[in-house]
Design a protein around this ligand. Structure first.
Ligand code: AKB
Length: 340
């Protein structure tokens, strides 16, 4: 089994045509780990991490800039100044947060992606942007949801992700932009907190287990959801972006998955490491309705067939690695309350 993403990739060093990568939303859950992995895989100075938040708060010593990706001129300026050849566009409002202010979520999710694709069309950049299991709705076959199937989401986040998939396809066929993407299920990680998602319980539960010994779950105990551990997600992004174009039938919006479990099953897996761990359930109607509208599992066989994708972490490995990583992180943060 591989370690954390930053250590998992061999450096490929100088490529014949050197990649220069600009990341938006770099301070978020995926962005924090993807920036580290790309700096390891390529030369660190070829990665520019950007976020709407001030880099002084999140970037450490790395090359980073504040960037509002709703501002087309600012995106174009950053791409041109840095000489970017690829944009990894991660800035987005997630599912539960989007339901609090749907119009804002539409503006941000669609506006930033349109800007990135437009600048990519003008500058010749390649693009990666994540899609989500949220593109599916209650009418989609649930276990598993096929790669090509009915997409009638009932959330604003899902609406923007379906439209985003179509927009990527449009910019590819109309302007030749090499826009690729993955449909992620819930992502589990410990480096940066998740925020505003429906699957966030599977992240928060570990920190609460270690600091308080208990967790109050906002979903019902038998809500089965699809999940992927972050090291697998980061590897999927890198492998897809490095896959030869000729191998790809879909290019964009590949289903990928790692494991699927319920909150009760996750609590049992946590008890293997912490026998006294307690969980109580106080379902939040909004997030429960979102979870119930998504498939229980994605069929990722097309990703395997077209570019060799295969997840490495299942539930027990993921739980063991989360505890290992989070314990060290809490020790670094100086949280004396972490339980053994
Ligand atoms: C969310 O819960 O909104 C995200 C997702 C599944 O895209 N984690």
């Amino acid at each position: 089994m591989f370690g954390p993403p930053a250590r998992r990739f061999q450096r490929v060093g100088h490529l014949p045509h050197m990649k220069r990568i600009l990341i938006t939303g770099a301070a978020g859950q995926i962005g924090t780990e993807l920036s580290a992995a790309l700096r390891t895989r390529y030369e660190p100075e070829t990665v520019l991490a950007t976020d709407i938040r001030n880099p002084a708060e999140w970037a450490g010593a790395y090359h980073a800039e504040e960037l509002d990706s709703l501002d087309t001129r600012a995106v174009r300026g950053a791409v041109e100044r840095f000489g970017a050849t690829e944009i990894f566009h991660l800035a987005a409002v997630l599912s539960a947060a989007a339901e609090q202010d749907p119009a804002r979520a539409y503006r941000i999710n669609m506006g930033t992606l349109l800007n990135v694709l437009q600048v990519a069309a003008e500058t010749g950049c390649r693009v990666f942007t994540p899609s989500s299991i949220a593109v599916f709705g209650p009418e989609t076959p649930s276990d598993p949801a096929p790669q090509s199937t009915l997409q009638r989401p009932t959330t604003m986040y899902g609406v923007t992700k379906v439209a985003g998939e179509l927009l990527c396809d449009y910019y590819h066929t109309r302007f030749g932009v090499d826009a690729r993407g993955l449909r992620f299920p819930g992502l589990v990680s410990y480096t940066a907190p998740a925020g505003g998602g429906t699957t966030d319980y599977a992240v928060d539960i570990f920190r609460c287990a270690l600091t308080e010994g208990r967790y109050t779950c906002f979903l019902k105990p038998d809500t089965r959801m699809d999940m992927l551990y972050m090291p697998d997600a980061i590897r999927a992004i890198v492998e897809l972006m490095e896959a030869p174009s000729e191998a790809l039938v879909h290019r964009n919006a590949f289903n990928v998955t790692g494991m699927h479990f319920t909150p009760a099953e996750l609590a049992d897996a946590i008890r293997v490491h912490m026998p006294d761990f307690e969980i109580v359930y106080e379902p939040d109607p909004l997030r429960q309705a979102i979870a119930d509208s998504w498939p229980a599992r994605l069929d990722d066989s097309e990703a395997f067939e077209q570019w060799g994708w295969r997840a490495e972490y299942g539930l027990p490995d993921m739980v063991a690695d989360m505890f290992r990583g989070l314990r060290s992180q809490l020790a670094r943060e100086g949280s004396g309350s972490a339980r053994r």
